[in-house]
Design a protein around this ligand. Structure first.
Ligand code: NAP
Length: 288
């Protein structure tokens, strides 16, 4: 299936490269044209100057942009050029209602839509090892499976459009709690003068082990917060989780607390840092 890619950011660049390696990629678009030109030069595919031009190059159009409004803006730009052969696969993290709205808009031209948010960080994007949670009609899922296989190692069909994003919201709630626990634990370890790399290796291979401590534990304590997963994006995601909880008559206290702490750090200018920069907010837990 010929595939085009929109949004060559921290995630998209690696995902598009893996589609190219699988022989599927035919064109790329990025709002900031220099990134698309650099990709085109590196991988020998066409860089187009408007999102709608991707439709002439491909049946599958994958996008990975920032937030809900950005996804709907790209959908509106694409819709005039879409037809029954097209399927739009959105890998951004947005709300389930945004996914359903995007599906409604592309369906007006007979095209299909898949919400396929991802987990696994920029490393997973680069290495093609993402976990992808998919909302789509069963037959559409089967059609796009080879495209998803090229970008991830665990591809799970959750149900109809919107269920991929709902599952991703669960993932983001867990990430908030894990970030809180790892930052607090590593701050404690630092205050007790433990050898921090060894702490990460030991706890990372036992019952408390997790992706975040293994990939970010050693860097956060050295004040290295390169993205990664930008704090402003997790802040956005937790807003989605709180919105979905409210729609369903519930509360998410840990997510709300984490989002409020991110908000303060973003105001201090740290929004483009990795979410492990929450460690900054833990410095005052101990005197030393
Ligand atoms: P990023 O590095 O900030 O890249 C965002 C990309 O979206 C850029 O290519 C940007 O274009 C494009 N974009 C944003 N708004 C746009 C608009 N209105 N029109 C056209 N293009 C637009 O972000 P990222 O880390 O790749 O994340 C992308 C998505 O994946 C987000 O929804 C994020 O929550 C999700 N995600 C990220 C991670 C992670 O670890 N980073 C993990 C899982 C999921 P420009 O180059 O012109 O700015």
């Amino acid at each position: 299936m010929k595939t085009a890619f929109i949004g060559l950011g921290g995630m998209g660049y690696g995902m598009a490269a893996n589609l190219q390696a699988a022989g599927l990629l035919t064109a790329v678009y990025n709002r900031t044209a220099e990134k698309a030109d650099a990709f085109a030069q590196e991988y020998g595919v066409d860089a187009v100057s408007k999102p709608a031009e991707t439709a002439a190059h491909a049946q599958a159009i994958v996008m990975c942009v920032s937030a809900d409004d950005d996804v709907l803006a790209m959908i509106d730009a694409l819709v005039p050029e879409l037809g029954e052969d097209h399927v739009v696969i959105d890998c951004s993290t947005v709300a389930s209602d945004t996914a359903r709205e995007a599906a409604r808009r592309v369906a007006e031209k007979g095209a299909a839509f898949v919400d396929a948010p991802v987990s696994g960080g920029t490393e997973g994007a680069k290495n093609g090892t993402l976990s992808i949670m998919v909302g789509a009609d069963e037959s559409v899922f089967e059609r796009v499976k080879p495209v998803l296989d090229a970008m991830g190692k665990s591809i799970t069909h959750m149900g109809e459009v919107g269920t991929g994003q709902a599952t991703k919201a669960v993932n983001q709630i867990l990430c908030a709690g894990i970030n809180q626990a790892v930052c607090e634990g590593m701050r404690f370890a630092a205050a007790l003068d433990l050898p921090l790399d060894k702490v990460v290796d030991v706890v990372g291979s036992g019952a408390a082990g997790n992706w975040f401590v293994n990939h970010r534990g050693k860097t956060m304590v050295k004040d290295i917060f390169d993205p990664g997963f930008k704090m402003k994006h997790h802040h956005k995601d937790l807003g989605i989780c709180l919105h979905m909880a409210e729609l369903n008559g519930g509360k998410l206290p840990l997510s709300a607390q984490t989002r409020a702490e991110y908000e303060q750090l973003i105001e201090q200018g740290y929004g483009d840092e990795d979410i492990s920069a929450l460690y900054r907010a833990r410095r005052d837990l101990f005197d030393r």
